[in-house]
Design a protein around this ligand. Sequence first.
Ligand code: AMP
Length: 173
Amino acid sequence: MPTTYQAPRKSDNQQKKTVSQSTQSNFAAGTATVQNIIANKGDDVFSISPLDNLGKAVELLSEKRIGALVVTDSDNTLLGILSERDIVRKLAETPGRTLPHKVEQVMTSNVEVCTRDEALVSVLRRMTDGRFRHMPVMEGKKLVGVVTIGDVVNYRLNELEYETLQLKQLVVG
Ligand code: AMP
């Protein structure tokens, strides 16, 4: 008996769909970690004591060409973070009288930290949500580096350039 045409029904098309891309896969398959940055950049950590004054902090920030200092005690325990933004805020509050203030009066004490094995995509998300650009890297209680939002973006840009080159080579042969 001849069959008549039947339009496809929704239930005919229920095989599992796959996607070739996602936010996660677009960020180096979510595999790049803080360690990738520390391995390139090194584990230098520029720190200051809570009892030093902002004059010293400004000198260090300028000399080292950085945007933040971690605040540590004599045992190297992390006590806070002091960024150029904290100093600018204090400058606005106390014009002409800012530099003698102690670091501990101006620093942020509640510091968000990461470990070497945290995914860069996660660090970037936390920095963006928390509106800060620096993240100390810890191994237990030990400070083992600092990553900045600039480091993360720069790492990803290099990866994108490499991926583009690979795609071009595939197309050109
Ligand atoms: P930043 O964008 O890093 O210059 O800092 C902006 C503000 O966030 C300043 O008040 C910093 O003290 C603070 N801050 C910087 N890094 C962190 C961090 N990892 N955790 C918590 N606060 C931070």
